[in-house]
Design a protein around this ligand. Structure first.
Ligand code: ADP
Ligand code: ADP
Length: 226
């Protein structure tokens, strides 16, 4: 069964801009799916509709077999990672990672277990007491991923998470994200305009253009197509 399913998804913004023009997409359990395409092609809108941050004009989205059209973001089984890390500046790394679980009333011991396990996976255990301002860009990105991992959601949604990093760090973090996915195996939908990033990370690449899906396939197939 598909973990994420988009059926005839349309998004029309005010002024009749059709950002997404009726796309169908099935994303399998554990799959790393990358949406790629030029700026303005509708990638971010699609991701935000899966997250519930953007209303769907028509069509149906399910996550884990449940139609989520009317389910608010907080109650969807997803965690999102953005390019601006959105870390709380006054909180330690530990508290940043724990916060989403505290809000959801998880027991302290369970929170502690999850935060430490995620810190181990991301190799940031020694940073747990630091404040975000004392971290490098790459370290902040890891903490942002840590906040997603501790939630243990059905789906990770990444919106251009690396676009604020310099080229060298971007390459390094790609490897890191791939490694994390191989460890936690969470179904992932990842948006980028960077083709190399898409090819490196994806099990399957979805090429979007002007609000439609132009091509879908594993990176090696797309790469060799003329
Ligand atoms: P991408 O992520 O591929 O760069 P977006 O999904 O951000 O593309 O945008 C797709 C189209 O929708 C663009 O034409 C963009 O200008 C338009 N758009 C995005 N957000 C809004 C909005 N809030 N209001 C009106 N138009 C929007
Ligand atoms: P999570 O995805 O971990 O649940 P969210 O980003 O959804 O975290 O934010 C959780 C809540 O925290 C939201 O209600 C949000 O308004 C609130 N919030 C946002 N910024 C801050 C901040 N700097 N300090 C404390 N709470 C914040």
């Amino acid at each position: 069964m598909a973990e994420v399913s988009l059926r005839k998804i349309v998004k029309a913004y005010e002024g009749d801009v059709q950002a997404v023009k009726g796309i169908d997409l099935e994303i399998a359990d554990h799959e790393f799916c990358v949406l790629v395409g030029p700026s303005g092609c509708g990638k971010s809108t699609t991701l935000r509709m899966i997250a519930g941050l953007e209303e769907i004009t028509s069509g149906e989205i399910s996550i884990g077999g449940t139609v989520v059209n009317d389910i608010p973001p907080r109650d969807r089984d997803i965690a999102m990672v953005f390019q601006n890390y959105a870390l709380y500046p006054h909180m330690s790394v530990y508290d940043n990672m724990a916060f989403g679980l505290l809000l959801r009333k998880f027991p302290k011991a369970e929170i502690d277990r999850r935060v430490k396990e995620a810190a181990r996976i991301l190799d940031i255990t020694v940073l747990l007491d630091r404040k975000p301002k004392a971290l490098s860009g790459g370290q902040r990105q890891r903490v942002a991923m840590g906040r997603a991992i501790v939630r243990d959601p059905k789906v990770f949604l990444f919106d251009e998470p690396l676009s604020n990093l310099d080229a060298k760090l971007r390459v390094q973090m790609r490897t890191e994200i791939k490694k994390v996915h191989q460890t936690v195996k969470t179904t992932t939908v990842y948006v980028t305009h960077d083709q190399v990033e898409a090819m490196t990370l994806a099990d399957r690449v979805v090429v979007m253009n002007h609000g439609i899906i132009e091509q879908v396939g594993p990176p090696q197939e797309l790469y060799h197509r003329p």
